[in-house]
Design a protein around this ligand. Structure first.
Ligand code: ADP
Ligand code: MG
Ligand code: ZN
Length: 583
């Protein structure tokens, strides 16, 4: 280092030639000479204080001789040592940098490892959710479920009343119902109403990458919950962990079963009236492990169903609170137009209508926007209108066939509209309003089932009457599928045929691939299978015959209705019936 410093000072002076240096030495002008063989130079200090570096030959003897003869002091500087020191310093610096870098990396990876190890523990999600704004009045149309849960809230608020009478606070409440009916919403409402801590977690979050973490999370959740009692623990979509253990081909999933086992153990571990209520939601109660639903675990089951018409009005009203509706909008009317809609569907309807209104620069949501939103939700986005007139005419006859048959049969569903404007799910379509009883109570009469078959085949019947048996199209294939399914159910499940009042098949839903692999065989003889097929075919055949005879005698009316449909593209149910003279 010091050499480096010197060098700088020495270089300040202008150079001196070799021969001049020799002369200066002879003339005794030089005070001191430092020879640096390694650098092939000599550092010269003059009497007057000047310092100069002069390059020399590698084996220079002349300087030595000159210095000797003139008596100038000369030292030899070992430049290699200087160099070595400088190199060492550089190396040390690099080593230092590497060490710092490494320790930084190590610390980082240690942090990551820590996170992985304490992973089940340090989940921020396990904090109780606060300031939940949802209240019971935001949940409508599922009043029975709401009432039962209000009871749970009372448990949490005044447990003494119940304990004094010897009543046990329920441990687990299972909310079961189709998607979008408001289960999650209801759980949030309970938490909002009860004013107790609310731990919420999706079951799929339990099942994690690392083996054992699922179980440890359950343990952790319950440990925290017990600390905070009274409180509510909500597990959404519990079927993700609570599926039947060891079911299906290939057995179960270890990780999931471990998690489920832990859940069961924790539920048993609660003392009575500990003030922790476990709430879970699922839309697949049929796949839940039976151990989960036995008394002492999820001992209350609350069914959350699709809302009926009154419920739909109430739900629409909830979601209309935050949206400007035009005065013309009658929610009762829209509730009748939306049978089978869940709460989420209804919320979506109003939302789509609001989007449409915004796009059309409207200040409020009117019937037109709601109509557009309903179309979009039920039939998908609109496509380009049909152009080709021959094809269009055939499609018009097909749809008029459906609609006319439906209007003629008292047991059939009412026509809501007939349209030739295609949506992405269908080229043209006829929409029906399901019967009130049917949509609210799920009750189907034998006559309405058969009427549905006739209506479904009305399209093909019209094509055949107008264009002849060779010109009919495959456009009826969707209708046939529906006919096959309904007719099969009528025969094998509903007891609507000559085969008598026997359920020959269960509701066809295979949840676990191959769960009943070995026990699966049709519950009837081969000859019965033959009879079933015959019955189905008979039903379909007689439905087509009836549709043909209804339409055959009204050929002129069909032509008129088709003209009107092609002209107007869309006919509402009323317009259609008045054109057909059937009001
Ligand atoms: P899920 O039953 O599938 O858990 P959610 O509770 O998540 O359904 O419902 C989704 C959304 O649908 C809710 O946030 C709410 O806006 C709306 N919704 C569903 N059911 C109702 C209902 N009964 N009353 C009011 N809004 C509802
Ligand atoms: Mg949900
Ligand atoms: Zn059809």
């Amino acid at each position: 280092m010091s050499g480096f410093f010197f060098q700088k000072l020495w270089k300040k002076e202008k150079g001196v030639s070799y021969s001049r240096l020799l002369r200066d030495i002879d003339n005794k002008k030089v005070k001191q000479l430092d020879l640096v063989p390694a650098r092939r130079e000599v550092r010269v200090e003059y009497d007057d204080g000047r310092r100069i570096n002069v390059p020399i030959f590698s084996n220079d003897n002349q300087i030595l001789r000159a210095a000797e003869s003139s008596g100038t002091p000369l030292t030899v500087v070992d430049g290699r040592r200087e160099q070595a020191i400088r190199d060492l310093a550089g190396t040390l610096l690099i080593v230092l940098l590497v060490v710092i870098g490494l320790s930084f990396l190590l610390r980082r990876s240690a942090q990551i490892a820590n996170q992985a190890l304490g992973f089940g523990r340090s989940q921020p999600r396990l904090k109780p959710q606060e300031d939940l704004q949802v209240r019971f009045e935001d949940v409508e149309g599922i009043n029975d479920a709401r009432q039962e849960l209000e009871e749970v809230v009372t448990f949490l608020r005044q447990p003494e009343t119940f304990i004094r009478l010897g009543a046990k606070i329920p441990r687990g409440v299972l909310l079961v119902g189709p998607p979008g009916t408001g289960k999650t919403l209801l759980a949030k409402a309970i938490a909002g109403e009860a004013g107790v801590p609310f731990f919420s977690m999706a079951a799929s979050e339990f099942v994690e990458l690392f083996v054992g973490v699922g179980a440890s999370r359950v343990r952790d959740l319950f440990r925290q919950a017990k600390d905070k009692a009274p409180c509510i623990v909500f597990i959404d979509e519990i079927d993700a962990v609570g599926r039947q253990r060891g079911a299906g081909i290939g057995g179960g999933n270890d990780e999931r079963e471990q998690t489920l086992n832990q859940l069961l153990t924790e539920m048993d571990g609660f003392e009575e009236n500990s003030g922790v209520i476990l709430l879970a939601a699922t839309n697949r109660a049929d796949v839940l492990d039976t151990a989960l639903t036995r008394p002492g675990r999820f001992d209350r089951r609350i069914d959350v169903g699709l809302p009926d018409r009154r419920g739909r009005v109430a739900i629409l009203a909830v979601h209309a609170r935050s949206r400007p509706l035009a005065l013309e909008v009658n929610l009762e009317y829209w509730a009748t137009r939306t049978p089978g809609f869940s709460g989420a569907d209804l919320a979506n309807l109003l939302n789509e209508a609001a989007i449409l209104a915004a796009r059309q620069d409207k200040a409020e949501i009117g019937d037109a926007q709601l109509e557009g939103a309903l179309e979009r939700i039920t039939m998908g986005l609109s496509n380009r209108p049909l152009q080709d007139s021959a094809k269009k005419r055939l499609i018009a006859y097909h749809e008029v066939g459906h609609a006319l048959v439906a209007s003629l049969l008292p047991a059939a569903n009412k026509v809501d509209k007939v349209t030739l404007l295609p949506r992405n799910k269908a080229g043209a379509y006829t929409r029906f309003i399901p019967d009130q009883d049917q949509s609210d109570y799920g009750l189907l009469t034998r006559s309405s089932c058969f009427a549905n078959l006739v209506v479904a085949l009305g399209g093909r019947a019209a094509e055949q009457i107008v264009f002849g048996p060779l010109e009919v199209t495959q456009g009826a294939s969707g209708d046939f599928q529906m006919v096959a399914q309904l007719a099969r159910e009528m025969v094998t499940r509903f007891g609507f045929s000559a085969l008598g009042p026997l359920a020959l098949e269960g509701p066809g839903s295979e949840v676990f691939l191959g769960r009943d692999w070995f026990s699966r065989r049709p519950g009837y003889a081969e000859s019965t299978g033959q009879a079933i097929d015959d019955q189905i075919r008979t039903l379909a055949k007689s439905a087509l015959d009836q549709a043909m005879s209804l339409l055959n005698s009204r050929r002129q009316l069909m032509d008129d209705l088709v003209e009107a449909l092609i002209e107007e593209e869309t006919l509402s149910g009323e317009r259609f019936r008045s054109l057909a003279g059937l009001t």
